[in-house]
Each structure stands twice: as C-alpha cells, then as structure tokens.
Design a protein around this ligand. Structure first.
Ligand code: UD1
Length: 422
C-alpha cells in the first residue's frame, strides 16, 4: 500500500489549481441515467471515487468515454440493460445510492445494494427511501438490497425532510425531474453541489425552481435531453489547500477559488489571523505575522462551516495560540483523526461530538494512520507543520478525494512524496 511522507516545512509560495468537485461530479454522473441522449461533464476531477461511479454506471448499461486525461466524461445511457446496482461496487462508495432515484424515474424499478463508504458514523439512507416513497414508489428491503418499484411511473409529491441531507435532496431532485406532476422539497439542502446539479438538470430540460434555498419546486417533464455541463469547483479541496499556507506561512493563490463557496470557513480563517483575499484567478491566502489564534468551530449544513473541513481545521488549530472548541453536528463519529494528531503531540480532548484543542508550539512528526478521506489530508497538513518526518499510511482513502495531492503541494514548496508499497 502507498504511503505519503511529509517533512516539516518552511513557508509555501505559488499557485495551486483547484479541481472540479468530487461530490458534485458524483451526483451529476447519475443524471445520465435520466436521458437517452448524451451527458458530457467537463472539469471532472481525476479520482478513484469517480472511477467507482463510472464502473457502477457501466454495470447498468451506460457508455462512458473519458477524454482529456479524465477531465471530460462523455456518458450515454441510451439503453439500460441492468437495473441492479451490485453490492460489490456499491459497498466501495456511499454515493452509489444516487443511482436509485434516476433509475426508478426512468425505468420504474431499481434494485440497489445498501451502501458502505467512509466509517464516519451510522449514515443510514432512510431519508433517500422516504423521498422515493413520497413520489409513489414501493420500497422493499431484502438481502441487503433496496428493491424499489413505481408502477405507472413516479408521481410528484411533497417531500419534507426532518433534517438536512445533501444526498437525499440530490436523489429526490433526480427522481422528481421525471415524475408526473409537481414535487415540493422542504428542508432541502442548500449546498453548492445541489445548485450545480439543478443547473445541469435544467440544461437537460428539467423545470426546477428554488435551488440554493430550503424549498425546491420541481415540475416533472416527460423526457430529458442531452447536455454539456462544467462541474463546479471543489470547495473542500479549496479549503484544504487554503490551510497549507495558513499552517506553514507564505502566500498561495488557489486557482478557481471562490469566497461564495466557502464563506463560513473564510470567516474562521480571518478570526484565526489568516488573510484571505479575492485575487485575479481565485483566492489568495497568506499567514499574517505571529501565531495563529484559537477559534471555535461548529459544523453545520451549508452555508455553515462544512463537516468535510473539520479535520483539516483541527490540524491548523493544533498549533494555535489558545484553546479551540470544535463541535461536530453532522456526523457522530468524525474525530478519528484526533488520536492520530495526538501521536504527533497535539493536545486534544474528545467528548461525544465536541473536541477541545489546546494549541502547542510545535507538532512532532510520527507514523500515523489515515482513517477516512478528510482525516487523511488533515494528517498531511499536520505533518507540514511538524518537526521531522510524518508517514501517513493507508492513503487509499486520500486518492478517493484528492487528485495528485503530492504534486499540488510540492509545486508550492512542500516537502512531500509518495512511497509506493507492494
Ligand atoms: C454528503 C457528502 C459528504 C459530506 C456530507 C455532509 C457526497 C458524496 N458526500 O454526504 O462528503 O460530508 O454530505 O455535508 O456528496 N442521514 C440519515 N439518513 C439519510 C441520509 C443522511 O440519517 O437517509 C444523516 C447522516 O447520517 C448524517 C446527516 O444525515 O448524520 C447528513 O448526511 P448527508 O447530508 O445525507 O450526507 P451525504 O449526502 O451522505
């Protein structure tokens, strides 16, 4: 298995290009199942999760041509010859559940394995299933699979989510686009990835209003056509690399970065004493003089502070001046990076969904284990701030969500390399 070796670093300077969003691409790709005509995505990220979604779609009958080194995905689902999303693929990635809505809407039935994914909490899919029921589908759970049927097709309905779910909102949007009549989703997620999905569906001919707000109204159409759509910038990759100069010092421009994607995070950086400004080609981050200040962070659905940046923010706060309290409100088991950061000398106390971090002057390099996608990259960031060498093991998690992480960081002066294992 590959490992990443990081050495404590001086200031970083230069530019880092930000890729298209993994989480947007993973919801845009299943939209191909809604149409017989081609859907082409540009600005796609080159990640193993995208390869997993490609394998899943191919298993259902979608033809996919990857061009420009994977940055362009041309998909065609003119004939679907299989309605079963198999456990062997679905278990690798929770986002696989997103084929349920579109398959059901187009074909009237679907069999989808219950997903696996990162071990960051229970993460059930009950809201996805309830949304399909609200659109008239009958759901039956057996042998680890969801068997969904909509005799006579899906019908528009009222979907009122008890709490915000990004994935369930996406599945509901995909399904309702081809349902008969009007669907109103209340307590919908407002994430930029939802807005991007709606923009793509609209290009395909869907009639949707209210994206980016908590109430989305979908007027179902009989058929959807083809489209070409650019994947929105990855706000989580953006925030992750913004933390590199925040931790090491220096000044780095994140190409393609946008404040509107990441406002709550930028406010916390500002409070910590990190400068963020809009520049010609994105966002420029610089560490002001002196030690980073402690700040309290609570994760929330968009536009709040993203749970997917909590681990990386913790890496910054490990060396801040003072005590920071991080509250995780989205996933119940998302502090698995804390014991690994402690191995590097961090002072962290975890009680339930709250982590209290008391900053130390310096971290010390150590061998550490990546436990999930965002935790892996937080250990790399911590390694950049540590004295000596940090070896991050189990980096396959990292490859699910960050393309060429070692190239992007070494281009701005970080001492980082990948060591290939057998
Ligand atoms: C998406 C992102 C993930 C991010 C998360 C929250 C993708 C591929 N993944 O995940 O990176 O961390 O949003 O921003 O886009 N829940 C239920 N029942 C359900 C669905 C969710 O109880 O049917 C719970 C989850 O366990 C969690 C909360 O709802 O506690 C929010 O999860 P959700 O927004 O659905 O996350 P995902 O869409 O899975």
């Amino acid at each position: 298995m590959d490992r990443i070796v990081v050495r404590g670093n001086g200031p970083l300077n230069g530019q880092i290009p930000i890729a298209g969003a993994k989480n947007a691409c993973l919801t845009l790709m299943p939209a191909t199942l809604l149409s017989e005509e081609p859907l082409t995505l540009t600005n796609a990220p080159r990640l193993s999760d995208i390869a997993t979604m490609s394998a899943l779609l191919r298993s259902l009958g979608t033809e996919i041509t990857s061009m420009q080194d994977g940055k362009v995905l041309a998909m065609s689902s003119h004939g679907l010859d299989n309605h079963k999303a198999d456990y062997d693929i679905v278990r690798k990635m929770r986002a696989s559940i997103l084929v349920l809505g579109p398959m059901l809407a187009r074909e009237g039935h679907a069999i989808v394995s219950l997903p696996g994914g990162c071990a960051i909490g229970a993460r059930p899919v009950d809201l996805h299933l309830k949304a399909m029921e609200a659109l008239g589908a009958e759901m039956d759970l057996r042998d680890g699979y969801v068997h969904a049927t909509a005799r006579g097709g899906l019908k528009g309905g009222k979907i009122d989510f008890p709490f915000v779910s990004v994935g369930a909102t996406e599945n509901a949007l995909l399904a309702a686009s081809l349902a008969k009549g009007t669907t109103v989703i209340t307590n919908a997620a407002r994430e930029p990835e939802i807005v991007d999905l709606v923009h793509c569906l609209r290009r395909m001919g869907a009639q949707i209003e209210g994206e980016g707000t908590s109430t989305i109204t979908i007027q179902g159409v009989d058929r959807l056509g083809g489209a070409t759509h650019p994947v929105v910038v990855d706000r989580i990759e953006l925030g992750t690399y913004m933390l590199a100069p925040a931790i090491c010092g220096g000044e780095v421009e994140l190409l393609g970065g946008r404040i509107d994607l990441i406002g709550a995070f930028c406010e916390k950086l500002d409070a910590a004493g990190i400068s963020v400004r809009e520049s010609d080609n994105g966002l420029t981050v610089a560490r002001k003089n002196g030690r980073t200040k402690a700040v309290d962070v609570t994760t929330e659905p968009f536009p709040g502070f993203p749970t997917d940046l909590q681990a990386q923010m913790m890496a910054l706060l490990c060396t801040a001046d003072g005590t920071s309290v991080l509250e995780e409100k989205i996933f119940e088991n998302r502090f698995m990076h804390a014991p690994e950061l402690q191995r590097m000398g961090a002072h962290i106390d975890v009680h339930g969904g709250t982590a209290t971090v008391t900053g130390v002057e310096t971290l010390k390099g150590a061998p550490v284990m990546a436990t999930d996608l965002r935790a892996s990259v937080s250990l790399i960031l911590a390694g950049l701030a540590a004295e000596g060498e940090t070896v991050v093991n189990r980096v396959y998690h990292l490859d699910r969500g960050y393309e060429h992480v070692e190239d992007k960081l070494s281009a701005v002066g970080a001492k980082i390399e990948r060591v290939h294992g057998e």
